[in-house]
Design a protein around this ligand. Sequence first.
Ligand code: FES
Ligand SMILES: [Fe+2]
Length: 388
Amino acid sequence: MTMTDTAAPYWQPLFQRLLGEMDGRTSPDWQADETGLDPTLYIDPTRFARERERLFRLMPLCLGPVDQLREPGSAMAREICGVPVLITRTREGHVKVFLNVCRHRGARLVVDEGEPCRRQSLVCPYHGWTYRLDGSLAGLPRAEAFPTVDKHMLGLRQLPSEVRHGMIWAVLDPAAPAPDIAAFLGPLDRDLDAIDLGGHRLYRQHAIKRAANWKLIVEAFLEIYHLTRLHAGTIGPFFADAVSVSDAVGPHIRFLAARERTAEIRELPPERWSPQHHGTLVHFVMPSSLFIYHPDYISHLGLFPSAPDETLFVHSMLTPDVPEDDKAAAHWARSFELIDGGVFNSEDLPTCEQIQRGMGSGANERLIVGRLEQNLRRFHVSLDAALG
Ligand code: FES
Ligand SMILES: [Fe+2]
């Protein structure tokens, strides 16, 4: 734990409120009216174009853990919201984010998506222009045919980025200023530090395109009304039925959900309350990142939409240490299989896809949001503010 001061960690007051909630519905969410969401928000191409311009091109996006690229001298390509992105780790160990687009006539430099590969340099497959991993142009065949090209001016286009809390954050607009991630996260910056996100390691990652609007997927992770029902056969039994406390933190959201064992903290001093063992803490970071703190590992979800009904879902499982022996390896493998295969990809995401297919059916003039789903309201307030 890397506490930055001696103040009580932020989850203690959350737990106090959670106990109150277990005893008798003390959250202001119980005073809220039902609200409605317009189904066209999830299918309208004009709305999607605006989200793309104002959210996904302007806001810093969390591209996952920095140790996706463990080895110096490696590169990884991934299409993020329709933009070809290339992440490299230079031989000196620096992480850089570029557009995966050759400066000659625009071919893609690395074509295999999502797999880190060892590289000395990046050679464009089309005409063989060659770049170093720091993005500079090292050479071009038949250079005499380009009398006015200045090699020093034609490095790969870099995207403004920063590594913070062990994660890579980048803005998709190459002309944007360098992001200030601590300022962007606001109070969540301390949250992520206190839970030692940066001390975790990537155990395994799974990226998959799913046929659902990105907001439907965010919403599936913002409410726990469905938890004991949709997930009855997997993780549902570990949770209390829809008891949680939530806060909007700037444009982001922090919430703590009660587990079956939350009541045990009544017998423990507050310094032993754990936001992973005695509850499940979640951080939602605008526009489309989620950190979920399971009992002994963390899931980072990055959602990257490429169309109103198509979203790249990237799940990174982060563990406090690398597995030391076969027993530990088997334990993490089972955890990943349960949460990624059994829960996310067999329960949450197929449900979102089904909703997407019915969204234009005309069955609902509005989608009803009840008192247990008030984070959806918080999310849409943030969206409306960011969309202007
Ligand atoms: S497009 Fe890359 S070398 Fe020509
Ligand atoms: Fe779920």
